[in-house]
Structure formats: C-alpha cells, structure tokens
Ligand binder design. Structure first.
Ligand SMILES: [Zn+2]
Length: 558
C-alpha cells in the first residue's frame, strides 16, 4: 500500500489559486493538475468556521457529532463563552484510526489538536496550543531532545494580526510569507523516519485573506499562496524521493470571499425589528467594560496574563459584557453578537434572563427565518441572505445543543464589496446602519462555502470532484487501505483507483466518545498534568486560556 501526503491550505479558494496557477505562479499545484489530478471543491461545514471544519475533516463526522462548532463554546446557563480545544472533540481522529491500524503518522498544525493525542508517530498541535514549550504541544513529549532545534523557527502564534493592529503592515507581510517555512521544515524533518500518512495544515492563506482580501493587499494573498506552493513542493518532492507512488491531496477547510460585514449589521437590524433591545449599560457592567478596555489598552501581555491568573473569570466575564453590553434581556427575544453568522433565541429556562417561553420558540424561529430571508441591502434593495437555517436542519448528533439557533449564509455570488447596510423600518435603525458602515471593517476578507481540493497519484482517478469535508476521512482511510468505521457521516470521494473503500462492520471508532477530556484520559503521561487550577472542561489554566483567546481574537476568530 502506498503512502499518503495531505497538505491543508486553510481557506484556499480556486478564485485565487486558479488564475495564479495558470499564470505559472503556483508551479506545484499546476504540475499536480497536469498529472491527471482529481480536482474540484469540498463543501465546508454550515458555519464555514475553521474549528468545526478541520474537526469534520479529522473525524468524518458532522459538528453535531464531534461537538466542535467554534474555537469557543457557550458556558451553559450563562451568556459567556469559553475557549476550547481538542479535549472537547468527540469521535476518533483519522490519525488515531490510522495509528490503530499500525500506520505511522506525522500530523502537524491541525487547528483543534491540543493537547497532542497519542499516535503511532508524531503529532504537533495547532493554534489551540497555548505555546510551543507546554507539555501537550507535541506527542511524544520531549521531541527537541531527539531533534535539537526542531521548533526554533516554528510559530504557533501567528504574529501578523498584532503587527497589523500596531500599524506594522510590512512586518506583518514578512511574517505571513515566512511562517509556512517553519511548518514545512518541521514536517520535513519528521518525514526522515518511516511514515505512511503525513497531514500538515498551512494556515497563512486564511490569515492573509482576512487582512488583505481587497485592493492592493491582494498581492499579499497571492504571495502567500506562492509561499504555500513552495512549501507543498518541498513536501511532495521529499515524499516522492522516499516513495515515487505516494498519493498527494491538497485541500482547504473552506474558501475565501469578501467580508460582507453581515454579522456586524445583524444586531442593528434585530433592534430595528424590535427583537433585540439595548439599554443604557448598567453601572457595574459599564464599569467592567470600561475597565476591561483600559486594561486591554494599557497593560503588557505579561501583565494581562498575570491578571488572568489572579482573576480567572474576570476576563471572560468582561469579554461577554463588552460584546453583549447593554442588552436589555427582558425585552430581547433574539440576539446576535455582531461577530458570527448566527442568531440566538433568548429562550426562557436556557438563557439566564430568557424572555421567550418554550411554547413560543417554534413560532419565533419561523418568524425570524422569514424576516432574515427578506433582508435587503440599503440603497440597492438587493437581497443579502442566501439561507437561514435552524440547527436541527443543519446538524445531527448529541452535541447539536451547542450550535446557535439559526445560522446564516450571505449571498456572495459576484460580491466584491461589503454590504452598504440593511434596509430598516425606523429612522433610528437607518441612522445606526449608516454610522456603522462608515466605520472601517475589522477585516476585509471572509469565508466562502467551497474550499479548494486537488488530489494526484497512482490511486487517484482524474476528473472533477465535488464532495463534502465529511468525505475526507473515509477517502484517506481507503487510500491507506484501512476499513472505515461504520456510521461515518461522509463517504469516499469518487476518485479512487485500484483501491477499494471498505467499511468495518462495527461502528465502534465512529461512535461519539464521552465528552469528558478524552485526550487527557487516554494518555495521562503525555498531557499537561491535572492541576486544581485547570478548567476541567478544557484542561486550560486561566493563563493558557487567556493566551489562546488573545490569539484567536486578533485573528478575528472570537
Ligand atoms: Zn479555515
């Protein structure tokens, strides 16, 4: 059985890659395409977010079953959210399944893979790892004893967003262009030993697209694609030297598009409709928010970490107070946080200050769907919403309750500029919309539902492929000659040649595991020691959570 190299390009999209490849600027992608590749798109998860998307790639399960919907999750019975990691994922990963089948694996930088789970080979955790020195960053631990200097030029914390925030745009560009080299070099070194499956994710594409999608910035995006093409070429060449028959997959977890600013506009629209009500912030809440903003501006990172250590929940509380600041809960029936493509119902009995009785839930959901579908852009009168779906329509499994009530998709076809605002019924609403769109957006790129997919090798049949992220796990298992566990949500992509996809009779590995920190339980020796100051749900200390939260916020993920 031949080997398999999988290179993830986070957020990569054919609308960028195709013209570049044709112009000779992505020679590796172009040469894979010329080798009779299977080429097309993989449809991402409903909310197009990288955390559930890569978790679906890794498990072959929909988010309702693996339980990851974002880089954070709601804390039950509160309006707060906590940062999460792989301890919250249910279901076996494909590198776990490959390891169980005796295959040697090298896994590098997959989002939501901390703490590093035991594999038959190596696993280097992704950006949910608080640092590259913490235990749990790698499996096995102590890799640098065996490979001195392995992580010297390796970054878990992309510096580009904070550099951009500080106005150092050139430095941010430089950082984005060299970061892929670190991931590539580590992967190359770990490939020196025997391996059957290499799975590495490059995330610079997504970061670059968020900050440089429009205008002159687009050059940065293109250069980042080129740098990832070079990284991919190094790995493909190394793999082919070791095994000329290696199969290669290049895939994205979602695509890229302009940032429509739709989520930012939703709270104003909901207020205009009388669904989300604001009030003058209460004094304690105002004090907390102001205090938090001052703290955020004036303290160094070290001071903030020290503060997080002393007041573990202060930051979390202040954060949600800022985001949902001044909401009049008793008069709020549905709300949006201004950041995500979603709407929550303020349900009595579930939300701490819920205002919607259970009996009215279904009616309100229908009313919201109809209203949101009918939203039109200010000035143009064009529709803006592609779809709005209830979580029961999008997901299935034991963790559906972690999803927002409604998930929105914006109409992206042909759109290269943000929305000019949403039509409102009240003068106040119109004024707020105008004021909001007059402000510059936080990022100028967003996500698209179709991610780039390309595969080539002796076991790949050329042709056009359209699949879903759920299909990656069974496809990878088939290419490695491992029977897929029964009951996965995906099926092998229609591209297999001279290999047969087999399905095991038992659903054992695919069954949702218990929710308590599976990674922590499986390998007590290899992960951060259980300490009283760790959150039992996530395994993070307050400081570690603060570190990961800061990183995710700067990337625009929280
Ligand atoms: Zn992504």
């Amino acid at each position: 059985m031949t080997r398999l190299l999988v290179v993830g390009w986070d957020g990569a999209t054919w609308s960028v890659a195709d013209p570049l490849a044709r112009a000779g600027r992505l020679p590796m992608l172009a040469s894979l395409r010329e080798e009779d590749a299977a080429e097309g798109v993989l449809e991402t998860v409903p909310n197009m977010n990288s955390a559930p998307a890569w978790s679906t790639v890794a498990t072959g399960l929909n988010p309702g079953r693996h339980g990851i919907f974002y880089f954070d999750e709601p804390v039950p019975g509160t309006y707060r959210r906590r940062v999460i990691n792989a301890t919250r994922r249910s279901g076996a990963s494909l590198w776990r399944m490959a390891s169980d089948a005796g295959k040697r694996t090298v896994v590098v930088n997959v989002p939501i893979s901390f703490p590093a789970e035991p594999v038959n080979g190596y696993l280097i955790a992704g950006l949910d790892s608080p640092s590259k020195t913490i235990s749990g960053f790698t499996y096995p631990q102590g890799l640098t004893a065996r490979h001195p200097g392995l992580f010297d030029r390796y970054t878990v914390d992309p510096g580009a967003p904070s550099l951009i925030k500080a106005g150092k745009v050139q430095e941010a560009k430089d950082e984005l262009l060299q970061i892929t080299d670190g991931w590539t070099s580590v992967t190359e070194r770990l490939m020196e030993e025997e391996w059957d499956l290499v799975f590495v994710v490059f995330t610079a594409t997504d970061t670059a697209q968020h900050f440089f999608w429009t205008g002159e910035g687009r050059q940065v995006v293109e250069q980042v694609y080129q740098s990832q093409d070079e990284g991919t070429a190094r790995l493909v060449e190394k793999a082919r030297t070791q095994d000329p028959d290696v199969n290669v997959i290049v895939l994205a977890d979602h695509g890229g598009a302009v940032n429509t600013r739709g989520p930012e506009l939703m709270p104003v629209w909901l207020e205009d409709q009388g669904l989300q009500a604001f009030t003058a912030p209460s004094v304690p809440s105002r004090a907390l928010s102001t205090g938090f903003r001052v703290v955020d501006r004036t303290l160094t990172r070290e001071q903030k970490l020290a503060l997080a250590r002393r007041f573990p929940r202060l930051r979390e509380r202040a954060e949600s107070e800022v985001r949902l600041a001044g909401l009049h809960w008793k008069r709020t029936r549905a709300y949006s946080d201004g950041l995500r493509d979603e709407v929550f119902v303020n349900l009595a009995g579930r939300e701490p200050e819920g205002s919607v009785p259970n009996g009215e839930y279904q009616g309100l959901v229908e009313e919201l769907k109809e209203g949101i579908e009918g939203i039109r852009e200010m000035d143009t009168g064009e529709p803006v919403v592609e779809s709005v779906r209830h979580r029961d329509e999008l997901y299935h499994g034991p963790h559906v309750d972690l999803a927002p009530d409604l998930t929105l998709r914006w109409l992206l076809e042909g759109r290269e500029a943000p929305f000019r605002g949403f039509e409102c019924e009240t003068r106040r609403g119109r004024e707020k919309m105008r004021a909001l769109v007059a402000q510059p957006p936080f990022t100028d790129g967003g996500h698209h539902g179709d991610g780039m997919f390309l595969a080539a090798g002796p076991n790949i049949r050329p042709g056009y492929v359209r699949g879903r992220l759920e299909d990656v796990t069974p496809t990878v298992l088939a290419l490695l000659g491992i029977p897929a566990p029964a009951g996965l949500d995906g099926r092998p992509l229609d591209l297999l040649k001279d290999v047969e996809a087999k399905e095991a009779k038992e659903a054992k590995a695919a069954q949702a595991a218990e929710r308590t920190p599976a990674g922590l339980r499986e390998s007590p020796a290899e992960v951060p020691a259980a300490r009283a100051d760790r959150d039992p749900a996530t395994g993070y200390t307050a400081e570690e959570e603060e570190e990961v939260r800061r990183r995710l916020e700067e990337l625009g993920y929280l």
